[in-house]
Design a protein around this ligand. Structure first.
Ligand code: DAV
Length: 358
């Protein structure tokens, strides 16, 4: 096992050996309390009634999710990876969502750690509350790390204005494909992935054009941001649509993006692009319900390096298929974290992947 990585930030892909990482925490997470049209746009409809202000997730699910995250942190540490954990926050009291999904709010691009200008109001203070100490440590490490905090929103947030019209039957109807307008920059970091000097992202119900322009302005010199056209009407986060396994090999979700569209991007010109041949089934009890995600969360795996990839313990058929591609899946239980909104990619932030620099 090699020495623990010093405190710095350096990653430009999703597959080089992971050396330093943030692993989220689940305690006191609450259902996000955004306007109904936002929740309806991205969440499985059968669970929508639960998304009311100040609704806790079931405590038994949170307790198990916390155990799964602690176990993930142990798995990482045993690999010699430096692991940071966020502060414990009472999200229910703070009217926030969770500390379990750091990928949504923080993005490493080269030596920059960029905070997302979140769309969701309930997430506005998430990075400050849970990650301030990690950001201070990394920012003061004297190793050329740039910490890029999101712009403060003062006054009223106009992002949802005008996004609903009245239908003839007096119900509300969306006025555009997306639930947010373009009145300020907005994105979730999980709508983007690193492919060397090119960052690939998507527009979604949480990421708008001004958000993409903002990201282009803050990525370090030499990096570009390209937007993939997806056909995902419920789009929120690209990390259950694309799963790069190693340099030159990527799995994609064929109901959301086509090989033709991927090939429009020069960065993939010599890549093998594989439509995922396995359609995931909804989890059945005793697995808890996925309140916020589709079964395609299966693709939200996390590479430790170009061979080893963390896969949820239930996804055995998927893991067997990955093995045929020369991968070595590591099966880790994560069903309760899945229940509250994401899997291994969502629940972590890569801080250092070696091979990126030095
Ligand atoms: O496919 O339901 C998963 C990503 C959540 N952060 C989906 C999106």
């Amino acid at each position: 096992m090699s020495a623990i990585e010093p405190a710095f930030v350096s990653a430009e892909d999703e597959w080089s050996p992971l050396r330093s990482v943030i692993v989220g925490r689940a305690e006191d997470s609450a259902f996000p309390s955004e306007p109904e049209h936002m929740m309806a746009a991205t969440m499985p409809s059968e669970h929508l009634l639960r998304f009311k202000p100040l609704s806790p997730f079931p405590p038994a699910i949170l307790a198990r999710a916390q155990e799964e995250l602690d176990n993930l942190a142990d798995v990482m540490r045993k690999e010699g990876i430096r692991v940071y954990r966020p502060n414990k926050v009472n999200w229910l009291k703070m009217q926030g969502y969770t500390g379990a999904m750091p990928r949504d709010g923080l993005m490493t691009v080269g030596s920059a750690l960029i905070e997302a200008p979140f769309s969701w109001r309930c997430r506005r203070h998430e990075i400050t509350l849970a990650y301030s100490e990690i950001l201070s440590e990394l920012g003061s490490s004297n190793s050329g790390v740039t910490i890029c905090r999101a712009p403060l929103i003062t006054g009223e947030d106009t992002l949802y204005h005008g996004m609903l019209g009245k239908s003839r039957t007096n119900g509300n109807i969306p006025t555009s494909r997306w639930s947010i307008n373009n009145s300020r920059p907005a994105f979730d970091a999980a709508d983007f992935m690193r492919f060397g000097k090119v960052v690939i992202g998507q527009l979604s119900h949480v990421t708008n054009r001004r958000g993409v322009e903002y990201l282009r302005a803050v990525v370090p010199e030499g990096y570009t941001v390209e937007i993939l056209e997806t056909t995902d009407e419920h789009a929120m986060h690209i990390d259950a649509t694309l799963l790069p396994l190693r340099k030159g090999l990527m799995v994609y979700q064929p109901e959301r993006v086509s090989e033709h569209e991927l090939r429009q991007h020069e960065v993939f010109h010599d890549w093998e692009l594989l439509a995922c041949p396995i359609t995931p089934e909804p989890r059945q009890p005793p697995s808890p319900p996925m309140y916020m995600c589709s079964p395609w969360l299966m693709l939200n795996a996390l590479s430790l390096d170009e061979k080893r990839v963390l896969v949820e313990a239930n996804d055995k058929e998927f893991a067997a298929w990955l093995t045929t591609l020369g991968m070595e899946p590591i099966m880790v239980p994560f069903g309760h974290v899945n229940s509250i909104g994401g899997s291994f990619h969502c629940a972590t932030v890569d801080l250092v992947r070696s091979g990126a620099k030095d």
